[in-house]
Write a protein that binds this ligand. Sequence first.
Ligand code: GLC
Ligand code: CA
Length: 559
Amino acid sequence: MTKDVKTRWYKDAVFYQIYPRSFCDSNGDGIGDIQGIISKLDYLKDLGITAVWLSPCYKSPNDDNGYDISNYRDIMDEFGTLDDWKQMIDGMHQRGIKLVMDLVVNHTSDEHEWFKQSRSSKDNPYRDYYIWRPGRGKNGKKPPNNWTSRFSGSAWEYDETTNEFYLHLFSKKQPDLNWDNPKVRQEVADICNYWFELGVDGFRCDVITYISKTEGLPDGKFNPIICGDEKFVIGPHYHEYMHELNQRAFSKYDSMTVGEGQGITVSNAESIVAEDREELDCIFTFEHQEADAFMTVIPKKFNLKKWKSIFSSWQALPDNCWNSLFIENHDYPRSLPRYGKLEYRKYVAKMLAICINFMKGTPYIYQGQEIGMTNIAGFKPKDYVDIVSKNIYKIAKFFPPLIPVVVWALQKRARDHARVPMQWNAQENAGFTTGTPWMMVNPNYKKINVEESLADEDSILNFYKKINKLRLGNKIIKEGGYTELMHDNKKLFVYTRELDDKKYLVVCNYSSKCATFKIPDEFKELKSNLVISNYPSTPTVLQNTKVLPYEAFVYELTK
Ligand code: GLC
Ligand code: CA
């Protein structure tokens, strides 16, 4: 296949992200697996999604739940076998669902054969697959530079065998690959082509903006928590390496690639995803995830204006770029209660679904989002299983006065919230497993679960189904222009989408109080028709109105 036949199918897709460890356990060992996924393919089809992003399912010692890969060409034992995987992808394709796999190639596991070889001696042929440097200081025991790991502490680990340090921007069991080595780049292309030949439709590229490090690995600007970013985020050879990988792998198939966009802002986005660059097709921005946080883990009050400005600025990307629309994934707490009060759970979840899904771009639903799964109330230190939460708590234990602050911050921000088992029904362990689940189940599963949602006509799940249907083949949503209105309003997020002589007017109340909506003069003469709303009382034609708590509605406006 040549690039000319790249159909860019992802522009019409609705994605669902599966975090396999927590999705569905088929054999009672407490860990989600591929047969579990297979058993839910009809559920996914019925939800109306058309593509899956599957978090890593490769062989891994699970220091970071599969984001530390020890063999890129095989399936994690706990998840099943390559034959199970083949059965899964066939089952997806038969149902018209594409499969996008996670590509984690900034680093490997330290248990990958390449690293075992690399660490064994300085002249091993795999030595340069990773980034090794002698230490600094009199006895050479000081790390080679001041960069920090995103998971806390120095980004360097001393290794006795060869008396040198290796770089790890994540945990010490996730050594960074040396992309300046042409052999490493060829290996990555080979891995991609291996999976393409097995039928995958694309890749979500993990921390891909970190792959090129500044030559000489100079110290970063001092920062005690996150140091070194400016030396490796979209580093000197980033574009060259991505284009090369695109040519060697991505462009040979009718594929899609979506990069994890750490450090990408709207001002440099075009250089990363513009179609004619032939690098990545799209990225996830994280700018909006900071509307209620500082440096990801420090909670602050949700700032609607910031949220609106960020979405609106991304909606203005030029036509040769494409957006990804998401509010949840496995690295962030649940959107409930981040963006609305739990008493209004159903309204908030549906309001968010409207707000995100009428924008331009490819939407993603993270497992459980479609039933309004929430953060864990009263989340306790003994329940932390994520390496990041555990590391932060460990540090706090050195400064006991910090403990309550850290517990409070993790209650709001821990990645664990998104990783609890999927809530399928009201039976023990939420129907996720018949054994002991690998991590706690959110105690609210008796009320919030798929079975209940399927039975309730008014559920969040059935609302998502409606939206997914509405999106398919909808040209205004896919191609229409975007204009934000009433930016200064402190409760409402209002925007229009416009194509030819049709418009959508989208109004979302982000407040638990009523808001006032006055029809802007320019729309007064237009005919209006309600497309969707999350309250039964929303009038069928547009009028000056009191917008109820977390109410959201969309009207189609025509001459
Ligand atoms: C990405 C993943 C995250 C992982 C990290 C290291 O940010 O989404 O879960 O911990 O990369 O691979
Ligand atoms: Ca299992």
